[in-house]
Structure formats: C-alpha cells, structure tokens
Design a protein around this ligand. Structure first.
Ligand code: AKG
Length: 260
C-alpha cells in the first residue's frame, strides 16, 4: 500500500528509509560530541550511527539530557535536516499540496530512566491546541517521526491504529513536558489495534495529528534519538470535534496569553 493510501485509511504509514544521511549525520555528530564521554568504551572507528546505539556506562547526570535537547534543538544541523529535499519531497507526495513547515518540529532524546522523556497516550494536536499561539490549532500538520539511531519493539512507539476519527480529546498538563496527556476514559490497547514500529536509523513514519500514540519506554541505559518533523497544508483547516471543556480552556489561555 502507498504511504498516501495507508495514511488516509489508518492515520499512519509504515517506517521507510529517507535518503538524507548527510543532513542526519550532522545531527548525529552533535549528539555524539555531547554524549561520548558517558558512553561505554568503544572504537573510534565505529560508524556514527553505531556509536549512537551504544548504551551509557552509567546513568549520566540529568543535565546531559537538557544539554542535548537544547543544543540540538537550537542547532543549524537540525534546521538542515528539517528542510532536507528527501524529507520535504516525501511530505509533498503525501499531502499533495503547497507546504509550510509547522513551527513545532523537535529533536527528542528518549532516556528510559528519565520520566520527562517518556510520553503517555496523546494526540499531537492536543499538545498545542490550547497553547498561547492560537493559529497553531487551525491547521492539520502531519508528523514524520524520524529515527536517528534506530528503534525496536522495546523502545519505539505505540500507535493506536485508526484512532484518527476527527475527534480531539482534552489534554492535560504533564510536569516538565507540556499538554501531553489525553484525558480518555478507555484503554487504547483495548479499543484499537496497536502498531509498534521497528526502524533503522534514517527511517521514519508519518502519522496524523489526531492519531493516539505514546512512547515505549526502552530497557537499560540505551538512548533513543528521533526528530518530530511537521509540515502542513495552509489551505487545509482543522475542524475536529473538541469537548467543550477543552474549547473553553483554549479560549481562556488565549485570553490570559499563557500556554496550558
Ligand atoms: O518520541 C517519542 O517517544 C514520542 C514523541 C511524541 O509523541 C511527540 O513528540 O509528540
């Protein structure tokens, strides 16, 4: 099935490779430079991707996570990856439209022992719908979850298949994360089939802004690095069903000019 057909029918696509190793190596090098002193012993000659798959010797200082997140998210290397032709052209064929980059496109370091890097069930739109930037909730960006060092069934994501039903659930605030918890009164694992992607470095999958998903917390001291890359069609407006309480929260946040 093509990406387009699978996205339309189930709200996500299978992981596939992207030809952007030059750009993603720029990001990998930055991550490696920041983490190398904390990794288990290794040969210098090891390929960069393999270096990023090494576990840490020990739990590194918590500041390391913030340093990587800030260092990479503010880097020109990440910007180059976000606009790499291989990535933009795949968004274009998926959306078949003029595209704009959505301003929320983040590098993520998943350290299994760090609660703040493990996200529970949420829809991406729920994380920005009630933010202080009202225009974000007007569009339907698609997320490309792009892997920098591979992910397997232990440490990737749970994707609730067919959970994109034009319904946005209320989302509540999670300390140190943001509006990342869907307020749902059902267990997505009981209601939906759950797809757990497995991918190599430089592979990625698309999913919709209303698709329920969560982090799978990996084992041990092995980090997982990914980038959420988002583009949207400015002609396609979001019209999901939203509970009145979440609509009111959005109005309130807009009035007081704070994010929720
Ligand atoms: O990479 C992850 O574990 C989850 C990221 C995610 O769901 C998000 O940023 O919306």
């Amino acid at each position: 099935m093509s990406d387009f057909d699978s996205f339309k029918s189930s709200g996500y696509t299978m992981p596939r490779p992207f030809e952007c190793a030059v750009e993603s190596d720029g990001v990998r090098q930055l991550v490696f430079d920041l983490t190398k002193q904390y990794l288990i012993e290794h040969e210098d000659a090891l390929p960069l991707t393999a270096k990023l798959q090494l576990p840490f010797k020990d739990v590194p200082p918590p500041q390391l996570w913030s340093d990587i997140m800030n260092g990479v998210n503010e880097s020109s290397a990440l910007q180059k990856l976000l606009i790499s032709p291989a990535i933009v052209s795949r968004f274009r064929s998926l959306l078949d439209a003029e595209l704009e980059m959505f301003p929320i496109s983040f590098f993520r370091a998943q350290f299994p022992w760090m609660e703040r890097s493990v996200y529970s069930w949420h829809q991406d739109m729920g994380t920005w719908y009630a933010s202080r930037v009202p225009w974000l909730g007007r569009y339907r960006p698609v997320t490309l979850w792009f892997s920098l060092n591979g992910a397997d069934q232990e440490n990737s994501l749970d994707i609730a298949v067919n959970s994109d039903r034009n319904q946005l659930f209320s989302h509540s605030h999670v300390p140190d994360q943001g509006s990342f918890r869907a307020e749902i009164d059902f267990d997505p694992e009981e209601k939906f089939e759950v797809f757990v992607p497995k991918c190599d470095a430089d592979e990625g999958m698309f999913f919709s802004d209303l698709c329920l998903h969560r982090t799978r917390r990996g084992p041990g001291l092995r980090p997982r690095y990914s980038v959420d890359i988002r583009y949207y069609d400015p002609k396609c407006l979001a019209r999901p069903d939203v509970p009145i309480s979440f609509r009111l929260k959005r109005m309130y946040q807009m009035l007081i000019g704070r994010s929720g």
